[in-house]
Design a protein around this ligand. Structure first.
Ligand code: KIV
Length: 276
């Protein structure tokens, strides 16, 4: 069953956690969809996690479209969310054009980083029937890769709660809370009419999102994430064993090769002898 925004909202209402993972490629998208992940999310973290960029600010629309198209091919049931890259949603006209481009390549909704300055954009996209996910707290496009926790002071806590409410009023259908104190995230979750998706925002959000590389153990560990595999180790070990076996001549073996039938080989050898 294809998951839509109504389904995600009903999960919030039933207090059933919403599961979200970032995804950058076709085979991983197939596995996430098969595992029943609710939202497969093409994040602009593709830049630092896959493309070798120093920051999210380097990611372009072309990068996002390239990865969205691959992920799209692997998703059947999950809600497919895609990130607006840096500066791609600065103006209403530009945001509409870029969001429509994503939708025409199979996205179900678009995520935008930022606070109240995003209200006119979210309003305009909502008017056109485009589903948006807001993103507050730590926003890598604005704050860079060094993340601090938000919502530790009274003023900042109030501002975050008010911002979340304003973005929901503007029409956002989901909101990511990144690196926000658990208590403030809980208050936002309690008051917001839309599902909150936390990353480093504690246990009481309506859903959780993590970067796929972080759960697989690719790259450095983070406090907010959990490693369910050690792909750094597994991948390095596989590469090293392959290299060693090729160098030793123990790969390929007879099991990996295909032979020409012996009668045909005899004819080739005869021809070879007389020609070379
Ligand atoms: O791009 C990304 O991975 C994100 C998540 C941190 C929510 O925006």
């Amino acid at each position: 069953m294809k998951k839509d925004i109504g389904f995600l909202l009903s999960k919030k209402q039933r207090h059933e956690p919403i599961t979200v993972l970032t995804c950058y490629d076709y085979p991983t998208a197939r596995l996430q969809d098969k595992a029943g992940i609710d939202i497969v999310f093409v994040g602009d973290s593709v830049g630092t996690n896959v493309l070798g960029y120093k920051s999210e600010a380097e990611v372009t629309m072309a990068d996002m479209l390239h990865h969205l198209k691959a992920v799209r091919r692997g998703v059947t049931d999950a809600y497919l969310l895609v990130d607006m890259p840096y500066a791609a949603d600065r103006h209403v006209k530009q945001a509409l054009a870029n969001a429509n481009l994503f939708l025409s390549h199979g996205a179900d909704g678009v995520k935008l980083e930022g606070g109240v300055e995003k209200v006119p954009i979210i309003n305009a996209l909502t008017e056109q029937g485009i589903e948006t996910c807001a993103h507050i707290g730590h926003t890598p496009q604005i704050h860079g890769t060094k993340a601090i926790t938000h919502g530790k002071t009274v003023a900042k806590a109030k501002a975050l709660i008010e911002t979340a409410s304003t973005l929901a009023d503007a029409g956002a259908k989901l909101i990511v809370l990144e690196k926000i104190t658990e208590e403030v995230s809980q208050l936002i979750t309690r008051t917001a009419p839309i599902p909150t998706i936390g990353i480093g925002a504690g246990r009481f959000c309506d859903g959780q999102v993590l970067v796929i590389n972080d759960i697989l153990g690719i790259g450095p560990p983070f406090k907010h994430a959990k490693r369910y595999q050690d792909y750094n180790h597994l991948t390095f070990e596989a590469i090293s064993r392959y290299k060693r076996e090729v160098e030793l001549g123990s790969f390929p073996t007879d099991a990996n090769v295909t032979h020409i039938p012996s009668d045909k080989l005899a004819r080739v050898q005869k021809w070879f002898k007389s020609n070379f």
